[in-house]
Write a protein that binds this ligand. Structure first.
Ligand SMILES: [Zn+2]
Length: 250
């Protein structure tokens, strides 16, 4: 724990000292110090982002034009949380596929994958783990818990992911509310939390989750601006000590 905290002290500095010129040139990224190397996070759009970790480039739910990713190396691993069109676009995946790219998908997406993509894909369900080189992926349940919202993301179908790499745990929640499995997470260094109704949760639920599992850094993603603004204010006023990261999602 001491070791991790020391890394993160460095990470705060790194995130702040990046010159604005380089941020503008690359559409913005943040750097976090791992145990042996750097991890950079490149927000692209909505729920799509790219992580460069030691030895691997990981794309999370990439959608949109391939040109939006042209400044980044091709993916070694693509994580797909669920089949909704703001998370899974086969055309984009085909365009992004590089030599040796592997795909990890929840069962619903896996079953829908066109042949070319399925050939490089593997499936992971809630609570399961998968290992790619020095990266361990955990699939965390992502679902709605509130009334009519349950139809959007029923329990047991969709994934969030924890990427364990180089001493850090990076959690991309997927489309979910503040489910017990999220609230019980431990030692999360960087979290990505969605907030928009009716598909995920409101800002207060997201803040409540942050107070519960205490990520060191948290990105609001998959949001409308008012949600992220309220979330940032409430986290900053709260007791979690999480640092809110302002990604250039939109
Ligand atoms: Zn969805």
């Amino acid at each position: 724990m001491q070791t991790r905290r020391r890394f993160l002290t460095t990470a705060i500095g790194a995130a702040i000292i990046l010159p604005y010129a380089s941020l503008a040139a690359t559409k913005g990224f943040d750097t976090f110090q791992g145990g042996t190397g750097k991890i950079t996070v490149h927000p692209i759009y909505h729920a799509s982002f790219v992580m460069q970790v030691p030895g691997m480039v990981i794309y999370n739910d990439p959608v949109g034009q391939a040109a939006a990713y042209a400044h980044l190396p091709p993916p070694d691993l693509i994580l797909l949380t669920h089949h909704h069109s703001d998370h899974y676009v086969p055309k984009t995946l085909k365009a992004l596929l590089g030599k040796g790219t592997q795909i990890l998908a929840n069962p619903t997406v896996y079953n829908k994958l066109p042949k070319k993509l399925k050939a490089v894909a593997s499936v992971i369900g809630n609570g399961q783990e998968a290992t790619f080189g020095n990266v361990k992926i955990e699939a965390i349940p992502a679902y709605n818990t509130t009334g009519v919202r349950k139809k959007y993301h029923p329990k047991g179908r969709d994934n969030g992911y924890i990427v364990n790499v180089d001493g850090l745990r990076i959690y991309s929640a997927g489309d979910t509310e503040d489910v017990p499995e999220m609230r019980a997470l431990k030692d999360i260094d960087v979290a990505f939390l969605p907030m928009v109704l009716p598909y995920t949760m409101d800002a207060k639920q997201a803040v409540s989750a942050v107070e519960a599992f205490k990520p060191r850094f948290v990105y609001p993603y998959h949001y409308k601006k008012a949600y992220a603004k309220q979330f940032t204010q409430l986290v900053n006023q709260g007791k979690s000590q999480a640092q809110v990261m302002d990604g250039a999602w939109y």
